[in-house]
Ligand binder design. Structure first.
Ligand code: SAH
Length: 469
């Protein structure tokens, strides 16, 4: 048993896990060490003990690993929010680790027969995010400030100058905090459930010309709305300003509705040459350029599938279906957020798909309907949240017998689990393409194509696709 607070000298870090912790063994016990990198040799102080594992911190770095970048990513706050788990290592190493995460998830789930491609990236590791949701708190002087939550806590640590967002986000959030302080608007306090301003939520389009600002409040309407509306004069890029009421005592950030105060109820962005309206309540990929690359891959994976009817499950504002569908295809989409469905309907028409149908429904429930949109789809795209698909949904998708399923996932573990189920119902793939939509963080996105293979078809899955046409 290791002893709490004791410092163990000259420990060699052997790996980094997908939470960004360096891993080593001391006296046979696994120790997780924040900020440590494979190949480091360091003196480690044990700060938490457990039966089978411990947590330690670096007391002295004796030998630097070659994985460490010469200049660190330089978070102005020393990565107190814990978001940039790979900030100590080179980006090349980060990409290798992410590829390994996908491989590891497949092995763990027993998903066999897949090759994992190297992680694709455009190597833009800073200012790639088009969205930030900053919690607001009060400092010792009674001034409001914005930030991110410290890891595994609801304590707000400053985020001003975070490299992942465009610098203007910090400027706008700082203006809001300053003005709210002057107006004596209080910050929401999670412990007491009292206070008004909960989050400052910003989103911008690719060229920064359109920004939406949403204040999430614990009040029935925004106090001092007149003063706060001046933000649109100070920052003319804000073309959509409003608030969302969230009076629940939960971790959910957004309220159910958005109240527009100035401008229009959406921003506009261009993806793969298509124009999209995006309302603050709708999901939109945070990394524009990499989302485009991902959708181009999805289009390529569908290019030799002779489909006419394409179903986009978990479609958000319709981005993937609209970006990948061949001209003349009939598009269907399913999404649970009403605002996003409205966006999707208009986006389809705006981009030439006048015969698209979008429904607001739970994708799992809808997929189980026998008479899906009158006739079964020829190909299905799924892009579920991190929890992935439940087995009954996978069975229902297979029962529609699409020629191909393109699965986009933001969570390798649930993807791997779902691939095993898809294989059990006759859908197989051969190549997984990871895309780094979230540099410096622990997340990685993937896309894979699955095709139907009949039990007597012993050929490669892709040949199975050709044989079934
Ligand atoms: N394909 C879209 C959105 C993917 S994110 C894009 O690339 O932009 C996942 C989407 O699924 C979100 O829009 C979310 O609102 C939606 N969603 C979450 N749970 C759902 C459910 N049970 N049924 C339908 N849609 C759901």
């Amino acid at each position: 048993m290791l002893i709490k607070n004791k410092v163990y000298p000259d420990c060699t870090i052997s790996a980094i896990n997908n939470f960004g912790y360096g891993v080593c063994r001391i006296e046979g016990i696994v120790v997780f060490v924040a900020g440590a990198v494979s190949g480091d040799v360091c003196d480690i102080q044990i700060i938490k003990t457990n039966k089978t594992w411990c947590v330690g911190k670096i007391r002295a770095l004796r030998q630097r690993s070659s994985m460490r970048q010469e200049e660190t990513f330089c978070c102005p706050h020393g990565n107190h929010c814990g978001g940039c788990i790979y900030d100590a290592i080179t980006y090349e190493e980060e990409l290798r680790l992410k590829e390994n995460d996908v491989l590891h998830a497949l092995n763990k789930a027993g998903a066999t027969g897949f090759e994992v491609m190297p992680v694709f990236s455009n190597h833009q590791t800073a200012a790639y995010r088009n969205k930030a949701q900053y919690p607001v708190s009060t400092d010792q002087n009674g001034n409001l400030f914005f930030g991110f939550y410290a890891p595994r806590s609801h304590r707000v640590v400053p985020a001003i100058g975070c490299h992942l967002q465009p610098p203007i986000f910090s400027d706008i959030a700082a203006w809001v905090c300053h003005t709210a302080t002057q107006c004596k608007i209080s910050a929401y306090d999670e412990t007491s459930g009292k206070g008004v301003l909960r989050h400052i939520y910003l989103r911008c389009n690719a060229d920064g010309s359109d920004i939406s600002l949403t204040l999430i409040i614990n009040a029935s309407s925004l106090p001092h709305a007149h003063e706060l509306c001046r933000v649109c004069d100070v920052f003319p890029q804000i073309t959509c300003f409003g608030y969302s009421v969230n009076q629940t005592r939960s971790n959910v950030i957004m309220g159910k509705s958005f109240h527009l105060l100035r401008g229009k109820p959406y921003i506009t962005d261009v993806l793969c040459g298509n124009h999209f309206h995006i309302s603050p309540l709708s999901f939109y990929q945070v990394n524009h350029d990499m989302a485009q690359a991902l959708y181009e891959k999805a289009a390529e994976l569908l290019s030799d599938v002779p489909y006419h009817r394409l179903l986009d499950l978990y479609c958000g504002i319709g981005t993937i279906g609209i970006c990948v569908a061949k001209p003349g295809a009939v598009l269907y989409g399913v999404e649970v957020i009403e605002e996003a469905v409205k966006n999707a309907r208009e986006n389809a028409v705006r981009n030439g798909f006048s015969n698209a149908t979008y429904v607001c429904a739970d994708a799992a429930t809808l997929a189980k309907q026998k008479e899906l949109f009158g006739a079964p789809p020829d190909a299905i795209i799924v892009d579920p949240p991190r929890s992935g698909l439940d087995p009954a949904t996978i069975d229902a998708i297979a029962a529609h017998a699409p020629k191909a399923v393109v699965y986009i996932s933001c969570a390798p573990d649930t993807l791997a689990r779902d691939l095993v189920r898809f294989a059990a119902v006759g859908y197989h793939g051969d190549t997984i393409y990871p895309y780094d939509l979230f540099p410096r963080t622990g997340h990685v996105e993937t896309v894979v194509r699955l095709v139907r293979k009949t039990p007597d078809d012993n050929s490669h899955a892709t040949l199975g696709l050709e044989a079934s046409f």
